[in-house]
Design a protein around this ligand. Structure first.
Ligand code: FES
Length: 495
């Protein structure tokens, strides 16, 4: 008799049929890159532990599979998030549409074009399985870290818009070509792409000037769902292959947010819940049984490390976690700077120790690390940048809640989407006033929902229809003309 085993490993979820009685360590050895088993599977070292959902951590060499189980491989927090993400994702039948019939072995690619990072999910459209996930820094970054700099580059240079488009198209083509070469699968087997991103990124992908996004009244050139031949963009897949761009809501609430929100299984959340994605902009949606309200606030790039004296992105050498007596550095290296999650921890810790007061004042720069001439520190100006960023997010959330007539005690869940939301310490984010002061148990870190949404848009035409229905239910609140927001923003500057 066989049991079903679902394995969460790195960035993939795989399903297996396993003979009842199979030893879990042996199964893992055969089907993954491996696991450390120093005692050779004799149950002595305890190093071969994995998590079996519902049972906790088990010693895999002593565990024989006797029923259907879900196994989460050890190590990175990303596996936890992947598992949580799966749990909160609405399930759809595989129904990719016409293009899946173009070849005997159809592949598709879901792409999430972030301002900073592009994430690619290569998906087998016969089995629905994700065969590879990879990410790349958005090569447009040489033209600025945020969307406004990219838009400016586009309008100020004769071939700016064309160039920004070419960069994205070339990157997508390269990912497909490299995958094809690595796996000996002709690019013609790729028949469909689903691409999410913020409205600026999608405009630039389409070769459309995004200047209207940068100026009031902030009206994008398009927000509707687009389905068109891949060759129109110069994407080198099957000649009849197509591209799906999910719909956006407004200039700053894009297809990434809509696809992400639509991917959430609302049966699993409370009735009143917030969905927040924090990056350079903070996009948020408040869902209640009677109303769905959404807004976006310009948080600025502080949480991505920009405009911070020792700030840096969440890359090797960045202090990503901090407490009074310890800190974590990405890659285990000597610290060279601080990324957003580390900054939140440092400010929370310094508030608790009275080094930063409730106005955000400090007496002198806060030295976090020193080695000879190398110093990683937080300055008064850095604290002000963090105050501006956290205040914008907090004020946006408060305005949505006030407009929906929802108090903090009625908020049942807060879903944090996106990379930054995954890695922040929630208690510390509450301490500095970035996130609402509700019980930590109400928070759910749901991972890259934009990528999940893009994958669902690739795999299911029904999902695209659901996104279109959802968008009609959402009321967009423009905060730039909202006086109450300005007041909230000023009030939330304090810690
Ligand atoms: S391999 Fe040592 S306890 Fe399992």
């Amino acid at each position: 008799m066989n049991c079903r085993l679902r394995l969460f490993d790195k960035d993939s979820i795989s399903d297996f049929e396993v003979k009842k009685g199979t030893n879990l360590l042996e199964f893992i050895r055969e089907n993954t890159d491996g696991i450390i088993a120093p005692c050779g599977g004799h149950g002595i070292c305890g190093k071969c532990k994995v998590e079996v959902r519902g049972e906790g951590h088990v010693t895999s060499c002593l565990y024989n599979i006797s029923k259907d189980i879900e196994v989460i491989m050890p190590g990175e927090q990303s596996m936890k998030i992947l598992s949580t993400q799966y749990e909160y994702t609405k399930q759809y039948w595989l129904n990719p549409g016409r293009t899946a019939g173009l070849t005997a072995m159809p592949f598709g690619m879901a792409v999430d074009i972030g301002t900073t990072t592009l994430v690619f999910y290569i998906i087998n459209l016969l089995s629905s399985s994700v065969v590879e996930v990879l990410s790349k820094i958005n090569p447009q970054s040489v033209y600025g870290a945020d969307v406004i700099s990219r838009i400016s580059y586009g309008v100020e240079n004769p071939d700016g818009v064309k160039n920004l488009q070419k960069i994205l198209v070339d990157t997508i083509n390269n990912v497909i070509m490299e995958y094809s070469e690595r796996n000996d699968i002709p690019a013609e087997h790729f028949v469909k792409l689903a691409i999410t991103g913020n409205p600026t990124m999608l405009h630039q992908l389409m070769g459309i000037d995004a200047i209207s996004i940068a100026h009031a009244p902030f009206i994008p050139a398009f927000t509707d769902t687009k389905v068109f031949p891949a060759r129109d963009l110069g994407i080198n897949i099957h000649e009849q292959g197509e591209i799906v761009l999910p719909p956006s809501l407004s200039a700053y609430v894009g297809a990434d947010i809509i696809a992400g929100l639509a991917s959430i299984d609302r049966e699993r959340t409370g009735k009143n819940f917030l969905f927040i994605d924090i990056g350079t902009n903070g996009e948020m949606v408040l869902l209640t049984p009677g109303k769905i309200l959404s807004c976006a606030t310009a948080a600025g790039p502080a949480f991505e490390g920009a405009n911070i004296s020792s700030g840096m992105g969440a890359i090797q050498g960045a202090i990503s976690k901090y407490s009074y007596d310890s800190y974590d550095v990405i890659g285990g290296l000597e610290p060279i700077g601080i990324c957003g999650s580390g900054l939140i921890d440092i400010v929370a810790e310094m508030l608790n120790r009275g080094v930063v007061n409730s106005n955000g004042n400090i007496k002198a720069d806060i030295e976090i690390y020193k080695n000879g001439a190398k110093t990683v520190s937080v300055t008064q100006k850095d604290i002000r940048e963090i105050q501006l960023a956290k205040s914008a997010i907090a004020a946006g959330i408060k305005r949505l809640m006030a407009m929906a007539g929802i108090g903090l005690d009625e908020l049942e869940n807060v879903l944090l989407a996106g990379g930054f939301g995954n890695y922040i310490d929630i208690e510390n984010a509450i301490r500095i006033g970035l996130l609402p002061d509700v019980s930590v148990e109400k928070y759910i870190q749901v991972g890259n929902t934009a990528g999940t949404g893009a994958s669902l848009a690739l795999k299911s035409e029904g999902f695209v229809e659901d996104m279109e229905k959802l968008i009609k239910e959402i009321e967009y609140i423009e905060l730039s003309t909202d006086e109450e927001f300005t007041m909230e923003f000023a009030m939330n500057m304090f810690f």
